[in-house]
Design a protein. Structure first.
Length: 113
């Protein structure tokens, strides 16, 4: 069994960024439903309208990208970004002036093959 294919260039991150109207009660429900569906798909909230999901391969990322496309509501702006683990490890994260490494809670997610 070879584990060579699991390196930081093959491991992917999906980032979903969205902006949905929340003026009416129905719009707020739709936006909340979209966020809840992202959580059900294993995404973690990075910021209020930015969610991330760790995927062990490009193929896995493509599967989850299709799942996100299936739950997009009829109104709103949704962007899906796929980047490698190597790219995301270069992200700088600050809380105030204190710097942290990303991802802060990547150990939480377990993916079985």
């Amino acid at each position: 069994m070879s584990f060579g294919r699991f390196n930081s260039y093959n491991i992917m991150w999906l980032i979903v960024m969205f902006d949905m109207p929340v003026v009416t009660k129905i719009e707020r429900k739709r936006a909340a439903r979209f966020r809840k569906n992202l959580l059900k798909l294993g995404f973690s909230m990075m910021q209020y309208s930015v969610y991330t999901r760790h995927c062990m391969s490009l193929e896995s990322a493509e599967v989850y990208k299709k799942k996100v496309k299936a739950i997009i509501e009829e109104k709103g702006d949704v962007k899906i970004l796929m980047i490698t683990d190597k790219q995301i490890e270069k992200m700088e994260v600050f809380f105030g002036r204190t710097q942290y490494t990303f991802p802060l809670d990547s150990k939480k997610q377990l993916e079985l093959f």
